[in-house]
Structure formats: C-alpha cells, structure tokens
Design a protein around this ligand. Sequence first.
Ligand code: EPU
Length: 416
Amino acid sequence: MDKLLITGGKRLSGEIAISGAKNAALPILCAGLLTSETLQLSNVPHLQDVTTMLKLLRQMGMRTEQDGDRLALDAGAIERLEAPYEMVKTMRASILVLGPLVARFGEARVSLPGGCAIGSRPVDQHIKGLQAMGAEITIEAGYIHAKAKKLKGARIVTDMITVTGTENLLMAATLAEGETILENAAREPEVTDLANLLVAMGAKIDGIGTDRLVVQGVDRLHGASHAVIPDRIETGTFLCAAAAAGGDVTLTRTRSDILDVALDKLREAGVVITTGPDWIRAQMAARPKAVSFRTTEYPGFPTDMQAQFMALNCIAEGSSRVTETIFENRFMHVQELNRLGASIDIDGHTAVITGVDKLIGAPVMATDLRASASLVIAGLAAQGHTLIDRIYHLDRGYDRMEVKLSAVGADIQRTK
Ligand code: EPU
C-alpha cells in the first residue's frame, strides 16, 4: 500500500496548476447518461474517483475515450441499468446514476450506499424527490429499484440542503414531463457547473446558482462540449499548505470567486492573498493566527475545507473553535493531528484547538479524503519525518498531490 513520507519545515515557493473539480466532474460524467449523443468534456481531473465512475459507466455500456484531461462520453448503447454494490461501496457518488437512468430509461437498480467514515449519509431525499416525480421505488436486497414510465414534474422541498440530492433530481427533471421546482436546492458551484452543462445539452433551467431551480422538462437532450470548473477544494488545500509551511505560492487555472469565505479566513490567519482572473497568490512570512469557523452549505465555510484549516490552527498563535454542522463524524483527523503534537479537544460537534509552537513528525493514518489532506499540511509544517499510511483516500480526490507539492519545494515522496 502506498504511503507518503514528508520531511517538514521547507518553505513553499512557485506555481501550482489546479485541476478540474472532482465534485463537478462526477455528476457531469453521470449527465452523459441523459443523451444518446456525445459529450465532449475538458479539464477532467485524473483521480481515482473519476476512474471508478468511468468503470461504472462502462459497465452500463457507455463508450468513453480519454485523451489527457479530455474525455468523450457516448451513452448511445446503454444495456445495463444497474450500479452494483461492489462499486457503490467504494464510491458513494455512484448514486448519481439513479436520476439520469430513471429519467431516460424508466428504470434503475442502484445499491443503497452504507454509512461511511464521515457520517451515516442517507439518500432518503434522492428517493423522496424521485417518488414525488412519480417513480415507484422499492428497496430490495440492499438495492434501490426505481421505475417510472415517464417522470412527471413536481414541486420538491428537500428536508435539508443536499448537494448530490439536488444534482440527481435536477438531472431527472430535465427529461420529466412538465415543470419541476426544486426548493432548498444546494447552491454549490459544482451544482451550477452541472446545471450549465445541462443547459448546453438543451435542458431548460431557471434559477441556476440560487436555492430554487425551476426546470421545464424536454423530450430529449443532445450532445455538448463543456470544461469542468476548477477544484476549489484542491485550491484551498494548497493555500492552507502554503499558509502552514510559509512561503509564496501562486495557484493558476483556478477561480477566487468560488472560495470567498476560505480566502477571508486565510487573510484573518495572516496570509497575504492577492487574486487575478484565474489565479490566487498566497504569501506567508509569519506564524498563522488562529481562526474559528462553522461549516455550512455554500456560500458558507465548506465542510470539505474543515480538516485542512484545523491543521493550520494546530500551529497557530491562539486558540480556535471549529464547529462541523454538515456531517456528524467528520473529526477523524483529530486523533492523528494530536499524534503529531497538536492540542485538540472535541466537545460534541465542536473542536477546540489550542495552537502549539511546533508539531513533530510521526507515523499517522489517513481516514478519509480531506482528513488525509490535513495530515499532509500538518506534515509539511512539522519538524522531522511524517509517514502517512492509507493514502488511497488522498488519491481518490487529489490529482498527484505529491508531484504538485514537490514542484514548489516540499520534501514529499510516495513510498510503497
Ligand atoms: N443527507 C440526508 N439525506 C439525503 C442526503 C443528504 O440526510 O438524502 C444529509 C447528509 O447525511 C449530510 C447532509 O445531508 O449530513 C449533507 O449531505 P450532502 O447530500 O450535501 O452530501 P453529498 O452530496 O453526499 C457532497 C460532496 C461531499 C461534500 C458534501 C457537502 C460530492 C460527490 N460529494 O456530498 O464531498 O462534503 O457534498 O458539501 O459532491 C469530499 O469531496 O471530500 C466530499 C465528502
């Protein structure tokens, strides 16, 4: 199993090009199921989750052609309307095939995802929404079996804001008969990117970027070309790395307008942030200052940046409170950060972090994707060697992170 060996204490300097967003690419790949014509995608990131999603789609009969970050998808000959347990258990985002399959083919069998490292994560809202659109849904032998001759437009108010739930229902609504209104919709930039692609495919969607999406169903969607938006979480992760290790790093091929709150928090921590149309520069010469925050849905502070900012808070001047409101169990990195010498106490959904002068490298274990990223950041700031085990979590969502960090002066190596 691969591990990462980091020797901390090196300042970072130079440029890093940001990849396409994982959480935009995954629903966009599933949107390929909505048409028999070809989708031409660019800026598709090289990640394990993208590989897994492509494997799932190929099993269904989708033809795919990959050339660097370009990808052509052809769902003209889909023969299997199923996402098996073996695939869904490795990647929960497989649930995103449910809406498109029912909408275009009238049937789908998708394994019910189980709990995962960061929380129980049910999919009841995806099911509730499809039922409101007339789908008949049964749960049998661990599978969601959905059937509908033709989905019908409906007004759907989800109990909570759900990102993949909004995406699934939005995709389903594009081919439903009549008007669908999605209230309490997620406004994450990745939802907006999917909506923009669907419009390019011929979908009729109003309210893009708001919490009320109004969709007029059409009979069919057609092929389109689309560039995936930059990964705001990869961007934020490298900004935290620069803030923790110190230095002067410019991130290119990215956007600052989808990271406002995280950028404000970095400024509050003492990082000098400057931005241009497609770049963000972070300069950090001093010890960071502690910053408190609560995670919330977009445009609030993203839960996917919580662990990385916590790593920064570990070495900051002062103490901070970090409250996680989206997932019930997203503090798995706390024990590992404490193994590096951090001082973090958990009080319910809040972590109380007392900044320490230094962290000291140690062997640690990655437990989920963003927890892994926080350990890399801590390792870059720590004295001596940090060996991170189970980095397959990291490879699911970061495109060659160690290569990108080495290029700006980090001492980080992949070992077998
Ligand atoms: N929820 C329900 N029922 C549902 C759907 C959601 O109770 O039917 C709950 C969840 O358990 C959670 C909350 O609602 O407590 C929000 O979950 P959401 O559905 O928004 O999460 P998701 O769609 O499963 C996506 C991202 C996550 C990111 C969250 C929150 C993808 C593929 N995944 O998950 O990304 O943390 O939104 O922003 O888009 C990551 O990249 O590391 C990651 C975990």
